[in-house]
Ligand binder design. Structure first.
Ligand code: C2E
Ligand code: MG
Ligand code: MG
Length: 694
């Protein structure tokens, strides 16, 4: 072969070793080759040992061997050469009528034979060249086969080789070992493979096989589950390639089988079971639970508090190190039969085997909270994190996904109640979760289909009951035609990004309305419309720009749009909120604090965020009727507003008594059922035209 000192080609000249004890044979063959004009080089050794010695040098491409070597036979020589692992092809020279010797020689490994006196120079030449070429080809094949087998074995893969038309398959020892079988225990048969495939994977495997055998894919590659001897499922990756027959279909497929169960089932970082294995385990436990009603188990869903801080401030390597430490601590909090898994990110789960009562699960949850509350040392620094845990107990009617979702829901509740706690899932939570889902999908659709409506509640000047403006309030017309109040969907929409969608819809509609009123000359008295804006908007940059675009698009006069926000804007929204507020002020959009007095009010924030007004919450206005205390509260608020140069609006005025109290206090604006309910557009326009109640 190339590079190993035997560079012959099929047409090239060969270096031939003749091993024959008769000197005339050398002369005879030499002249035969010469006469035929062939350039083969012939060397001669007469003895058995000399011959073997010469062969061992590897200098020869082919050996001609007489079957009679003095005391010993050519067959002995042949066998000795083969036994010594010498690969030079050997052609036997036999006498006439020695067919049995010829056959024996071939069986012993001779490349070919020539019957003395019956061959020409041309025939000798052909036999020599063929012998050399055949050996070259078989060596190459053997090498490549061995190379492949070694590679596959080194990778610990199983081998398979399938003769498609005959339906025969070869499965290697390692192939069977992957499934827990010894060589003799599992027949090399198609059924040994295909009847062990997981029912859910059969179709996709068949599909990939079909595609490959019809020449649609260059390689076969498929991952599926096979049933192990012990009944568990192993994940295997099958790779292969087909030999295509004349009709373009594969006649033979061969390839490897790799056990990828560990990689599939484990988290590479913490070495804990991953989501796949966790769900497998739950599947198993549910089967057990359905068989045995006395059995029970629980899932804890653990979310780390403040993990993001560590990742952001110390970097991902530190974050990874912390996750590994956390994994080890979690393992110490549970028993051997329980499973700790990492679902991804900073989410871990625990399956508590045989936990029937909530008490046991709660104890473990508390232990985990205590453990993870202790500081960690990461890269030489002390790091504090903590955990919020949701607990769900398995019921026979449930399933792995539902149970995990329940634990997740409970975890969110624990987080919402203040971190570092656990919460047990209950039916009310499920109902709430279902409602959130229903609202989310329904509201999204309603926005798309423009089934959100806006009503306008007049805001009056207390002094003369003239119209100052309106508050725009959203309504959702449900599928059944009924109006749904914002209290039933805004809080839920606020949990997701959906509220932004709703608010932008309201904002656009109101701006279009204001533009229309302006062009019809209805805004003469500088009537305004105030729109409620979720604090979520202020957490993102660009809200003011969006508002500005809406004002410009619809030609809204300066100062006609106001925004109502709750005070939480000042505490929740982060540093960019202030910049957004200032940008809005430049657009002539006043910010008004809604529901003033209900949240944790901070006078400092009122100034910092350049609010222009406050709306006194209905709960205070209600007290105006009776107690002096209620009156004192409203008075204080009105005075505060005045001192800070803010306008004040009383919300929810329902009685004449309340109105007169506000009048006496000098409150500027008021809105409430006493004057008007939130009105449909046509009625609001009638108010606008009249400048007061029509
Ligand atoms: P809010 O901004 O404090 O709006 C005032 C609420 O009080 C309105 O309820 C209004 O109908 C009601 N109201 C007005 N006068 C009286 C009265 O005399 N007596 C009583 N009992 N209630 C009165 P509504 O329309 O159900 O809205 C509830 C809340 O939903 C609003 O409170 C606001 O926070 C929110 N909201 C409404 N529309 C939107 C919107 O487009 N976007 C956002 N983000 N929130 C909105
Ligand atoms: Mg409001
Ligand atoms: Mg309010």
């Amino acid at each position: 072969m190339a590079g190993d000192g035997s560079p012959q080609t099929p047409s090239g000249n060969c270096r031939v070793l003749l091993v024959d004890d008769a000197p005339f044979a050398f002369r005879f063959l030499g002249s035969m080759l010469e006469e035929a004009g062939l350039g083969h080089q012939l060397e001669w050794k007469s003895g058995f040992e000399d011959g073997l010695e010469a062969l061992r040098t590897g200098r020869f491409d082919v050996c001609l061997l007489d079957y009679q070597l003095g005391e010993r036979s050519g067959l002995d020589f042949l066998r000795a050469a083969v036994a010594a692992g010498l690969r030079t092809p050997i052609v036997m020279l036999t006498g006439q009528g020695h067919r049995d010797v010829d056959m024996e020689a071939l069986a012993a490994g001779a490349a070919d034979y020539l019957v003395k006196g019956e061959f020409s120079g041309a025939m000798l030449d052909r036999v020599l060249r063929y012998a050399v070429e055949r050996r070259r080809v078989t060596d190459a094949l053997r090498d490549s086969e061995q190379r492949y087998a070694l590679a596959v074995e080194g990778a610990n893969d199983g081998l398979w080789d399938w003769q498609v038309p005959e339906g025969r398959i070869y499965l290697s020892k390692r192939w069977k070992e992957v499934l827990g079988f010894a060589e003799g225990e599992l027949p090399s048969a198609l059924a040994s493979w295909f009847e062990r495939v997981h029912p859910e994977d059969v179709d996709s495997l068949q599909y990939e096989l079909d595609r490959h055998t019809h020449g649609k894919t260059p390689h076969l590659e498929h991952e599926h589950r096979l049933k192990h001897k012990d009944g568990s499922w192993r994940y295997v990756l099958v790779r292969g390639k087909g030999v295509v027959g004349p009709d373009g279909k594969a006649v033979r497929l061969a390839g490897s089988l790799t056990d990828v169960t560990t990689a599939r089932n484990h988290d590479a970082l913490t070495k804990l079971p991953n989501r796949v294995m966790f769900l497998d385990r739950l599947e198993y436990l549910f089967r057990r639970l359905r068989r045995d009603p006395d059995f029970g188990f629980a899932v804890l869903f653990i979310d780390l508090d403040r993990f993001k801080n560590v990742n952001d401030s110390l970097g991902h390597a530190a974050g990874d190190a912390l996750l590994v430490d956390i994994a080890r601590r979690l393992e110490q909090c549970v028993r051997g039969v329980d499973i700790v898994a990492r679902l991804g990110g900073d989410e871990f789960t625990v399956v508590l085997d045989a936990a029937r009562e909530p008490d046991g699960a709660v104890r473990v949850a508390q232990r985990i909270i205590d453990e993870l509350g202790q500081p960690f040392t990461v890269e030489g620094r002390q790091v504090f994190t903590g955990a919020s845990i949701g607990i769900a107990l398995a019921a026979p009617s449930s399933d792995p996904f539902a149970l995990l979702r329940d634990a997740d829901t409970a975890m969110y509740r624990a987080k919402a109640e203040g971190k570092g706690r656990y919460a047990m899932f209950d039916a009310a939570m499920r109902e709430r979760a279902l409602k959130v889902l229903a609202v989310e999908s329904g509201l999204r659709k309603a926005v798309d289909e423009k089934r959100l409506e806006i009503v306008y509640q007049p805001v009056l000047r207390v002094a003369d009951r003239s119209l100052a403006g309106f508050e725009a309030l959203v309504r959702w017309r449900g599928d059944d035609g009924r109006l749904i109040a914002p209290g039933d969907f805004i809080p839920i929409a606020e949990e997701t990004a959906l509220v932004a969608l709703v608010d932008m819809y309201v904002l656009q509609t109101v701006c279009a309305q204001l533009g229309g009123w302006a062009s019809r000359g209805l805004l003469g008295g500088r009537a305004f419309v105030s729109v409620n804006a979720s604090r979520r908007h202020f957490a993102q940059v660009g809200f003011a720009a969006q508002v500005g675009a809406a004002l410009a698009t619809h030609g809204v006069p300066f100062g006609c749009l106001k925004l109502e926000v709750t005070e939480s804007v000042t505490t929740d929204a982060g540093p960019q909120a202030q910049a957004e507020c200032e940008a809005l002020a430049r657009l002539g959009v006043d910010l008004v604090v809604d529901d003033f007095g209900v949240g944790a009010s901070s006078i400092a924030s009122l100034q910092q965020f350049s609010f222009k007004g406050l709306k006194v919450d209905r709960s205070f206005v209600r007290h105006l009727d009776g107690s002096d205390k209620g009156r004192a509260l409203v008075r204080a608020t009105v005075e505060l507003a005045r001192a800070l140069g803010l306008s004040e609006t009383a919300e929810g005025v329902e009685t004449e008594a309340q109105h007169h109290a506000l009048l006496a206090l000098g409150c500027e604006f008021a809105q409430g059922y006493l004057y008007a309910r939130p009105l449909p557009l046509a009625e609001a326009e009638a108010w606008l035209r009249a400048g007061r109640a029509p």
